[in-house]
Design a protein around this ligand. Structure first.
Ligand code: ATP
Length: 417
């Protein structure tokens, strides 16, 4: 791997942004079996094979953890690396950080590279937090004097002053992440590599990290791995979706990449009953006048829809109170439907009743939403029946918006005051 270090990089943001990361045709293979892997290692040593010298086919039990990945990253750009577990994200980061060598391809990094990859990685566990700050600073090429001028800022940012002289091995996971991020970000790197570890920090710290990332981004190239799509959409301006080591999507349209990622997890399964005391049964749930495709109702953004729920009474004497909740792809509650004045009059056993709820001008942004149906004696107590995914809808429009709502709006006035 080629690693260029240019200590004097002009950081004037008005200058054309220079390319700090160039990755070309990067591939890395692993072996599924340790014994075989060791045997291949011996064979490679004997045959004199190492690293990039020649392209080689996979041998039995080998697989590509990362295959043929290329991208460039300029100062001020943030690349989001997403993909399911085992897709190859951490392997790619480790190659970028020089922790492992690729089997094929080339990485060129310019400037100082800081990384927050594995919890506690880069720290010597028996040294104190303070000593580790000096170690890391030295590795990044800072003089002792330069580190002296930064150490207090780092300790303050990490908010672990009380424990800064304790060996890092006694730190909690959150404290390690705090110190790791503080060192990585406060050292003003040219390239910052961040893995999922950030998620270990508490909410207050994670928010602080995002604020810091916003501040350093104009002068930094960032590679960010996360399973949290809101985080990815918040900071990344380009995205790579990996699947089994191979790029499935690459580009600046972050929302499209995220959509594809979610589609990998979407299932066509029907409603999931989470509770039933057998008082009622939900016989059918549908969107009036819309034909579903794979159990999903496709709705145009801004349309008004009628949701219908047909129940059969088993042993209730009164009509139950029906409420709905709308969840997005990350199971975040987006909206509630709590009808007022529902007439809870008397019913007979085996009666079938159809409820219709009108949702006016749906301004939910593009994507799939699931509707949870709850029948109870009254709102909030004595639940008879609850089912997730009673209805799944897919809102469609041409705008790639990540936030939950795309409001209907128009400019009504523009004037010089
Ligand atoms: N040292 C290793 N030896 C053998 N296989 C490995 C090694 N490191 C990683 N792998 C394999 O490479 C594949 C990619 O792993 P990697 O950790 O890069 O995935 P990931 O996308 O970061 O996953 P996650 O989201 O779970 O962190 C996995 O199948 C993993 O088992």
């Amino acid at each position: 791997m080629e690693q260029e270090t240019t200590s004097q990089i002009n950081k004037d943001v008005t200058e054309p942004k220079e390319t700090l990361v160039e990755v070309t045709g990067l591939s890395k293979k692993f072996c599924k079996d340790l014994k075989t892997s060791l045997w291949y290692g011996v064979q490679d040593l004997v045959s004199g094979y190492s690293g990039n010298k020649e392209k080689r086919e996979l041998r039995p039990k080998e697989f590509w953890a990362v295959k043929d990945i290329s991208f460039t990253l300029k100062r001020g750009e943030c690349l989001g690396l997403i993909g399911h577990n085992g897709a190859g994200k951490s392997t790619l980061l480790k190659i970028l950080n020089g922790l492992i060598n690729p089997d094929e391809g080339k990485v060129v990094m310019r400037g100082r590279v800081s990384a927050l990859i594995e919890l506690g990685a880069g720290f010597n566990p028996i040294l104190s937090g303070r000593e580790n700050i000096y170690n890391n600073g030295a590795i990044l090429g800072f003089t002792r004097k330069e580190i002296d001028s930064k150490v207090e800022e780092i300790i303050d940012f990490a908010e672990i002053r009380e424990f800064i002289d304790m060996p890092v091995q006694n730190y909690s996971s959150g404290m390690k992440v705090r110190l790791g991020f503080a060192v990585a970000a406060q050292m003003e790197p040219d390239v910052l590599i961040i893995d999922e570890v950030l998620a270990v920090g508490d909410l207050g710290f994670v928010l602080k990290c995002f604020k810091k990332i916003d501040t350093i981004l104009p002068n930094t190239a960032i590679v960010f791995v996360s399973h949290s799509m809101p985080m990815v959409s918040r900071i990344c301006n380009q995205i790579i979706l990996l699947e089994k080591g191979v790029v499935k999507f690459q580009g600046q349209n972050v929302s499209s990449g995220i959509d594809l990622y979610y589609n990998k997890f979407s299932t066509n399964e029907n409603s999931q009953i989470v509770f039933s005391d057998n008082s009622i049964e939900l016989k059918k749930a549908w969107v009036d006048g819309v034909v579903p495709s794979n159990n999903i109702y496709h709705i145009l953004w801004g349309n008004t829809i009628d949701l219908k729920f047909k129940i059969q009474n088993k042993n209730l004497s009164k009509i139950p109170y029906i409420s709905l909740a709308i969840y997005d792809k990350e199971q975040r509650g987006i909206a509630e439907v709590l009808p007022e004045n529902q007439d809870l009059k008397t019913i007979e056993n085996q009666d079938e009743i159809t409820f219709t709820f009108q949702l006016k001008n749906i301004y939910l942004s593009k994507g799939i939403y699931n509707i949870t149906f709850t029948a109870s004696e009254d709102f909030g107590f004595n639940v008879y029946y609850k089912t997730h995914k009673a209805i799944s809808i897919q809102i469609e429009h041409d705008k790639q918006i990540w936030t939950p709502f795309l409001m209907d709006s128009k400019t009504i006035d523009v004037r010089w005051c």
